[in-house]
Ligand binder design. Sequence first.
Ligand SMILES: NC(=O)c1ccc[n+]([C@@H]2O[C@H](COP(=O)([O-])OP(=O)(O)OC[C@H]3O[C@@H](n4cnc5c(N)ncnc54)[C@H](O)[C@@H]3O)[C@@H](O)[C@H]2O)c1
Length: 340
Amino acid sequence: MTLGVGLIGVGGIASHHIRGYRQADARIVQVADANEDLARQRAEELACEWTSDYQELLRREDIQAVSICVPNWLHYQVARDAVEAGKAVLCEKPMTTRLEQAEELVRLVRERGVYFQVGYMKRYHLVAQKFREWISALEPVETGLLRCYQPFPEDLWAEPNFWFTKKELAGGGPLVHGGSHMFDLLHWCLGEVEAVDARVRMRPGTDVDWFVNGIIEMRSGATILLEVGWFEHTNWGRMADGWDEMFQLRSRRGVLTFYPTFWDRPMHLVPSTELYLQQEHMLQRFAVGPVDYFVEEIKDFVRRVSAGLPSPVTVEDGHFVDRLIDALYRSGEERARLLL
Ligand SMILES: NC(=O)c1ccc[n+]([C@@H]2O[C@H](COP(=O)([O-])OP(=O)(O)OC[C@H]3O[C@@H](n4cnc5c(N)ncnc54)[C@H](O)[C@@H]3O)[C@@H](O)[C@H]2O)c1
């Protein structure tokens, strides 16, 4: 049976979800957005119904699954309501903006036994999967670098209606926006974190971070250096597109590097991963694509919900990222190493 889907929030990221649903065995039944004009416009494009009240969408029996694409501060409430309504959920990242909300969602999802997936779509790129597979050639990983510098226009900081730069609305700055994806990759590849020690530089005149440096100690024994921030650089980075992200791991056996690319251009850009092995004197490079990880994510979400399969990016994974972000901020405030 074709899965009936509802979209909650149809702004920027929803376009990527829509592209996925168009290619999956699913039908978008209704969209909900507080902005009525936008909801109506999207509904016309999709030939579906619309509402400005997402509760109306959650009451429908012909909708079995929802994409939550509202701004960060609304994730918790909308996700709670969707779980309580028994819908399968694909919730955009970060899962919540406060640790206690993430804890409560874990409890609720376990209690209700519903399908819950967090939108960490970078895992769906074949290059990310190859990077993860190649880690076994290095083990045990000793050290690494998690870098996430993203181009950020200077004038956006002064934009009053831009929710990305407000702590209450976004949960934080670059640590939350780009950083959350990298922390999901870290967890997916290397497991649990033992302790963090961070230096957080706040953007003057705001209540969010601008640059964060830190040390993340993994339970496996690996030590990862962290660099996250927003610069205005637009023509810098491996693909000269302003994007400077890197996940690099090192051991006595070699060096493994993953270079992701600009998040909203998966249909045009090709990330790569490189494995250098000391004993073999060998450098292998893997680059494939473009791979539209949003389409892969949505197709997999629909397939798993329809077949009753478990979520690959669970509520516990969402909680891990939120807990790590919370610990990094607290470590920065206290200027101290914190155990997780
Ligand atoms: N996976 C990624 O790489 C990625 C990239 C960008 C954004 N995101 C995430 O997607 C989410 C949305 O970001 P965006 O850039 O699309 O934001 P946006 O502001 O463009 O869109 C959010 C939409 O939610 C609507 N909305 C607000 N309150 C609502 C309510 N109570 N009920 C229904 N609709 C409501 C707004 O009117 C708006 O249309 C955020 O959580 C963000 O972190 C993820």
